[in-house]
Write a protein that binds this ligand. Sequence first.
Ligand code: 4AD
Ligand code: MG
Length: 435
Amino acid sequence: MSTYNPRFYIEDAAKHDGQTVTIHGWVYNKRSSGKIKFLQLRDGTGLMQGVLVKGECEDTSFEEADKLTQESSVIVTGKLRKEPRSPGGYEMGVLNIKIQSIAEPYPISPKEHGVEFLMENRHLWVRSSKQHAALRVRWEIIRSIREFFDSNGFVLFDAPILTPSACEGTSTLFSTPYFDEKAYLTQSGQLYGEVGAMAFGKIYVFGPTFRAEKSKTRKHLTEFWMVEPEVAWNDLNDNMQLAEAFIQHIVQRVLEKRGAELKVLERDLSKLEKIRAPFPRIRYDEALKVLEKAGVGVPFGEDFGAPQESALGEAFDGMPVFIHRFPHEIKAFYFKRDPEDARFALGCDLIAPDGYGEIIGGGQREESAAVLKERIAEHKLPEKDYQWYLDLRRFGSVPHSGFGLGVERTVAWLCGLDHVRETIPFPRMINTIKP
Ligand code: 4AD
Ligand code: MG
């Protein structure tokens, strides 16, 4: 592989023990005790304490350090030495500082700010240590998602964002003028993913998806990223097996590679370390009994809300749990009905522990063109828009299944964050579209 390594980065400090290196970065914090000044520097990859000692540091640099404000940009040269008390295990004996730009008074200080203020300053907030850590965990999650599918022979199959019709019902569609027609922002790439499964056997769609959700909750965004594998010949059980192997891979990669970030986030690692496939699987009607016992029962035929998801997430000793075979009335048109009991659709949701809720939704698809036509009519969808989708059943139909994993809810769960707004650089919610 060709490499690109333009300059020293703090995360590589261990490779440069005892060497003189140059940090290109920003001032995170500073303090002084007479003849010694301390600069906490960040360069995007980590934090490093720079120690300025009068006489060891160049005189003008020592004087000019007083001018530095929070987030001023600097080029700092010095010698690295081991310091077990510092986060990365190293500190820098500073020899010289070149000031690139003195920052104006920075709006975000270590003191507490309200969330509204921080959200308005999201473009700056992402520099703060917890936000920074969460976004690096997000990056690792996305990398592990791709790694899992790529190394298991799934072909990446991109679905369009501008679409002519609905996938997940018509109540949460964003529409946009499209020349002389109307188009919708995709709610899910699934229907296109099914095209890919018939062409390539096993595929994954991965991209942004949109829901005009009026819900103001800690789990809902209007724009979120979803990864959607789809596999020809897989039934509902195969689908759950795929989902649990996939989740286990993501959790392990994050534990393996993002320990430092999880520490900044003060995540209780023991809860993640015990996540192991297979996960418990219970039918919707069994789940109703669990909920009844937990005091948050709902009548048969109703979907689960946050209290029910939380209760289910508690009920299995911190393990994610699959709920499968839902009343078909609460599921989308494309689900296959249970051949053993037509009241149920062959769906499966995966509920994360500790109140993080549904992170995966999916199931087995209807493979009969005739039945699917009935479903399209029942859901009052225009059949003409789904001709190409029906073609998949006309030309060599096979059983097939898939699911969608919401990236932001997964990030919230693994990071232990209260709200999905901190899991994506620029969250889009009912009242949030800036910056
Ligand atoms: O359960 P959903 O709606 O399923 C689908 O869209 C299927 N077509 C997927 C498939 O079978 N290929 O959404 C899947 C997941 C949810 O479990 C959740 O993690 C996430 O997407 N999700 C949201 N995340 C954030 N904000 C929202 N408004 C979300 N809606 C769904
Ligand atoms: Mg769902």
